[in-house]
Design a protein around this ligand. Sequence first.
Ligand SMILES: CC(C)(COP(=O)(O)OP(=O)(O)OC[C@H]1O[C@@H](n2cnc3c(N)ncnc32)[C@H](O)[C@@H]1OP(=O)(O)O)[C@@H](O)C(=O)NCCC(=O)NCCS
Length: 150
Amino acid sequence: MEDDLNIRQARRSDLREVYLIEVNSFPYPYPIEVFLTFLILFPQYFLVAECSNSVVGYIMGSVDSDGSGHIISLAVRPSYRGRGIGKRLLLALEEIMKENGIHRVKLEVSVNNRAALALYKSLGYRIVGLERNYYPDGSDAYVMTKELSN
Ligand SMILES: CC(C)(COP(=O)(O)OP(=O)(O)OC[C@H]1O[C@@H](n2cnc3c(N)ncnc32)[C@H](O)[C@@H]1OP(=O)(O)O)[C@@H](O)C(=O)NCCC(=O)NCCS
């Protein structure tokens, strides 16, 4: 656990650092415009983890038309992984969603992403479906959900 870690709402000035983490984390990164769009539409569900004044992780969420929370993206800077930052970001976002009356969260995760699957399972997410051909290389994603209880 990082002592010097602060989790706060993202700002426009964070987006360059967020995007750098994104391109270092995913084979098919979202374009930077996607981050700006989510920041405008769902600012309360876009969080960053800050350590010594630099962004070391982020989580970006939204709300679906059925009222469920949706985790759009989560990543931690490679050199900061394995220190509990991803877990803290996810728990912080769940807490904010709960405060806003959201009872259920959904996400998609690559069937090959062992670290993320372990993280989600450890926090109570369950696999509820499979999206075939979800990624540009034709690989599949699990759909996972979690009920948020008080
Ligand atoms: C997935 C990711 C966000 C996890 O962030 P992190 O800060 O390294 O994770 P944490 O240190 O909070 O780990 C929390 C739990 O996740 C699991 N976990 C994390 N990394 C793991 C790994 N490499 N192997 C197995 N389990 C892992 C463990 O259960 C861990 O709990 P423990 O440390 O008590 O065993 C990070 O690996 C990452 O940025 N990956 C690239 C982007 C990505 O795949 N994002 C998810 C897209 S759906």
